[in-house]
Design a protein around this ligand. Structure first.
Ligand code: PLP
Length: 398
């Protein structure tokens, strides 16, 4: 979300010049302008996917990823308790039953956490790569393969990240990225589902547009191989998304320089550590993820940062909508009308979960958003502010 310029304007004007804001059909009027298709090609190239399908949001991309992978009504799906809530919503909207498992210092589900949550009804895992980083894929793939589970990845905040050279989002059967306003690349609103599986791609393509098969040029006469709904992206959003996607490699490169600089200056602080990076070379570096010695120290650090007027960070444990402790509406299923889970039965006691590592790690975590637009001096000033706050917070303890 840092960079906008003439390139975005040019692409939008292409669409406005023809007036065809709809991604399909109207071949005579659109003058060869297909921004959604170009956007998809750009994302596929960036992450190395065989197929990419753009939709209206990251949330709907996650839902399409779930449906296209064959996860549906009554299936248990293992999810993390630390994620943007859309992951859990997507499982519920698919009619499936979220089962919360524990995470580790990668900030993602751990192989051990997944293993403990498996039951005879487990169909799949929705793994979320949090805070621009990546999960420990070797360990996780071993459990997935051993138990023959379907892996779906919500890489909503990790586009541009990878593990051992394979992009987050492409380890599983399907994956999803978000292009909302807060992500590394934005379309205003938008999302992209990716896969290397042709059938999964076809399902997502149809599911997100009332089941249309998108064959031929007469929309009214297209066939509908499956049921679907409308999760289409508009040409205007796709036009912005495609330019933004091209900017990602440069943003990732600069973010990494800044993150290393910050980590080097903070590395000497006694008691401070960083979220574990299973593959440091694959970091999208959108966040500097600090781990304080304990929750008290983290909360005192937050207070010191606030007192000093230092912003730009998230304390997810209490201040953001990304941790299960804040999700009473999910824990107690406050719904406007009944969801399938209310008929199937809740698979776990959501208000009494055994997730000790999540409670510990998220209690200790403070994440600073990194902006590729920062100068080195700005990064150094931030490091010094963080250092002051932590030193004060930790010395109180001593
Ligand atoms: C942002 C985000 C989403 C939702 O994306 P939207 O485009 O806002 O719908 C889903 N999952 C994760 C992990 C996210 O960070």
């Amino acid at each position: 979300m840092e960079f906008f310029g003439d390139a975005e304007r040019t692409e939008i004007n292409d669409v406005l010049d023809t007036g065809i804001l709809f991604r399909y059909n109207h071949d005579e009027q659109r003058n060869g302008i297909f921004k959604a298709r170009e956007f998809e090609a750009e994302v596929a190239k960036l992450v190395g996917a065989n197929y990419a399908h753009a939709v209206s949001s990251g949330s709907t991309a996650a839902l399409c990823a779930m449906i296209a992978a064959g996860v549906g009504a009554g299936d248990e799906v293992i999810v993390p308790p630390f994620t943007y809530v859309a992951t859990v919503e997507a499982v519920l909207m698919a009619g499936a039953l979220p089962v919360f498992a524990d995470i580790d210092e990668t900030l993602c589900l751990s192989a051990e956490g997944i293993r403990k949550a498996i039951t005879p009804r487990t169909k799949g895992v929705c793994l979320v790569h949090m805070c621009g980083q990546m999960a420990d894929m070797d360990g996780i793939m071993a459990v997935i393969n051993e138990h023959n589970l379907i892996l779906v990845e919500d890489a909503g905040q990790a586009m541009g990240a990878s593990y051992k050279g394979v992009s987050t989002g492409l380890w599983g059967k399907t994956g999803a990225y978000s292009f909302d306003f807060f992500k590394i690349a934005t379309a205003g609103e938008g999302g992209v589902m990716v896969t290397n599986d042709e059938q999964a791609y076809r399902y997502a393509d149809s599911y997100s547009d009332h089941g249309h098969d998108h064959i031929g040029s007469n929309r009214g006469m297209e066939k509908h191989p499956i049921l679907g709904f409308n999760y289409r992206i508009s040409e205007l959003h796709a036009a912005v998304g495609l330019v933004q996607t091209r900017r990602v490699p440069a943003i990732v490169e600069r973010n990494n320089v800044l993150k290393k600089r910050l980590m080097n200056s903070l590395g000497e602080i006694l008691g401070l550590s960083f979220a574990h990076l299973p593959d440091p070379d694959g970091d999208s570096a959108t966040f500097l993820n600090l781990l304080l010695p304990d929750t008290d120290a983290a909360q005192r650090t937050v207070a010191e940062l606030n007192a000093a007027g230092v912003g730009g960070f998230n304390y997810w444990f209490t201040n953001m909508y990304h941790f299960i402790n804040q999700w009473d509406h999910i824990k107690y299923l406050h719904t406007a009308s009944a969801l399938p889970i209310e008929k199937f039965g809740v698979p776990q006691d959501y208000s009494n979960l055994d997730i000790p590592h999540a409670q510990d790690v998220i209690g200790r975590l403070i994440s600073f958003g990194i902006r590729a637009t920062w100068s080195d001096d700005e990064a150094d000033a931030l490091a010094s502010n963080i250092s002051d706050a932590i030193t004060k917070a930790i010395s109180v303890e001593a």
